[in-house]
Design a protein. Sequence first.
Length: 306
Amino acid sequence: MRVTDTAAQDDEALLGADHPEQVDAELQALADELRRVLAAAVQVRPVAGDLVPHTATARALADALEALVAAPSAGAVARPYDPNRFNPVSGSASAVAPPLRMWTVTEGPDGPEVLVVERSSASRFLPGYVAFPGGAVDAEDSGLAARWFGDPADAARAAAIRELIEEANVAITGSGARRVTASDALACVDAEPPRREAFHEIAHWVAPEDVPVRFDARFFAVAVDRGVEPVADGGETAAAWWMSPRTLLDEWSRSARKLYWPTWLTMHELARCDSVEALLSLRMETREPGDDELATMPPSVFWQDR
């Protein structure tokens, strides 16, 4: 039996990589603030005479920030890991983008296996990283939810199904998982919709209110029987396969796979589960990395260009 994790917004949208203009605006705002502080400091001119090195540093930093904004690829520059981005906090859901991920799980020979994908090497965000299928909730998903579950409010679950189809060519239906082609992808779900209760909400990540790029990510898990092999779409995903969380973490520890912090933490929690039933009953507590993790884990866990 296999479990699929599909979130209603992919990590790229979740972290704002789809909005380089917002990154540029943030950099420009920092540069402007530095110049404002610099101008005020120059007017004060402390007697101690230690103003010069500080103003020189501030001016150089402001110049560097403005250079990033002016560069053609400024929006694609990888930003340092911000742990506050992943703190679960309360906030106004209306101001938050609704992301989702879905874990598709099956019982393997050595315990639960999950369906994972490898992001395309051409992807601007996290190229070559292993992730769960998922993406943003689209406008169409409310209609799909109404058809499949009888309630448009279940758009996140509908998006999870749709994203799994788009990224791995696997559809979840009332009789289980099945391989699909572009011609019958949604038709097979329409003909035999899955039960809403089959999708277990495992985790909920919400960005703090002071984070410019807001997200409210829900993680679902669904169990399926063996026999369906995923196929990557060749665009967003370069590969798709079943693997036990423990094996994936072992390969990551040997630098054979790349994992970003939310995926690493999720795999770490899933690796504790000895059965599909245990995984489906999991309620994961999200958290930011500790100082020891930031100091000892590979930089690629927090920065995509390291």
